[in-house]
Design a protein around this ligand. Structure first.
Ligand code: PXG
Length: 291
């Protein structure tokens, strides 16, 4: 049985899921999306992802033509139709079909689709040994332009950074903002651990407010580790005791080398390992369950 996807109100075969070449999601990157994990039929922090999708849509003045509850139901239906137990959901809302011109008011009907499938995960060895990352020349977009807090279909800036990392032989890129502050990676937020305190860049510097980031902050605080959101530069990164990334795909993953500087003792740190362990405990219960 082939993959079934949700497209504009219906579940259809992947082969039948066709979108117009006049869709402004394709022509202009005019739309928003979410990437969500499913762990043992629990859609992880689903309400938070739905809320972020609506917040992104609001910023770009896109009216999602379904209610939050309808989107939740459509997602569950898509998971059920594909027998998803553990997997990945991609939810996309575009401005819809329009003319050859920017005008979004000439796009009468937004396009909504939901894909539930498998996800390409980081190999387990990176969780054990840690990642090496580099800072790349492409900076974060300015919050005053396309605000990086929107999970928009304009990911080209991140894609350029990802290519720069790939060309250097590493999996993720550390990105700075125009003032030289460390902000986040191409698809992951960043944390440092220094003297038992977690430090992460504030989102106003130009970061996405990651759902995983929020979750790790809550777990850390419950465990008694102080968490501060504060701007910092590469100097603080190089001299941190521990460093790790968070994201839907990565979950929480240790970083042991940044721009050829070894972080801490070059191995995933104890607080990072503890947080990864605690995070993995809640993935199957912290969300919306279906069966
Ligand atoms: N920053 C950026 C720029 C992102 O795109 C995150 C941080 C982490 O946010 P969440 O909410 O996921 O904790 C993201 C999310 C992929 C993939 O296929 C990337 C993301 C989400 C899902 C899949 O690489 N990025």
């Amino acid at each position: 049985m082939g993959l079934k996807v949700f497209l504009n109100g219906k579940l259809v075969d992947k082969e039948e899921a066709k979108i117009s070449i006049f869709d402004h999601g394709l022509l202009y990157g005019d739309g928003v999306f979410e990437g969500i994990r499913v762990y043992n039929k629990c859609i992880f922090r689903f309400q938070q992802h739905i809320d972020r999708l609506f917040a992104s849509a609001k910023y770009i003045m896109l009216n999602i033509p379904m209610t939050k509850d309808e989107l939740i139901q459509a997602t569950i239906d898509t998971c059920r139709a594909n027998n998803i137990q553990d997997g990945y959901i991609r939810m996309v809302v575009t401005r819809g079909e329009g003319t050859l011109g920017l005008a979004p008011w000439l796009c009468p009907e937004p396009t909504v689709f939901i894909i539930a499938a498998n996800i390409q995960l980081y190999p387990e060895e990176y969780y054990k040994n840690g990642l090496s990352v580099i800072t790349v020349p492409t900076t974060r977009n300015f919050p005053e332009a396309v605000n990086p807090r929107i999970k928009s279909l304009n990911y080209l800036n991140n894609i350029l950074a990802k290519i720069e990392a790939h060309n250097a032989g590493v999996l993720e890129a550390l990105m700075l903002n125009k003032d030289g502050y460390v902000v986040e990676c191409t698809g992951d937020n960043l944390f440092l651990v220094k003297d038992g305190t977690l430090i992460t860049p504030p989102v106003y510097l130009g970061a996405l407010r990651g759902i995983t980031r929020d979750c790790i902050i809550e777990i850390a605080q419950k465990l008694g580790y102080p968490v501060i959101e504060q701007p910092f530069t590469r100097f603080e990164v190089f001299n941190a005791d521990e460093c790790f990334l968070t994201g839907t795909a990565a979950e929480a993953i240790p970083v042991v080398k940044v721009d050829n500087r070894v972080i801490g003792d070059g191995k995933p740190g104890p607080i990072t390992r503890r947080l990864i362990e605690e995070f993995r405990k809640i993935t199957t219960v912290d969300g919306i369950k279906f069966d």
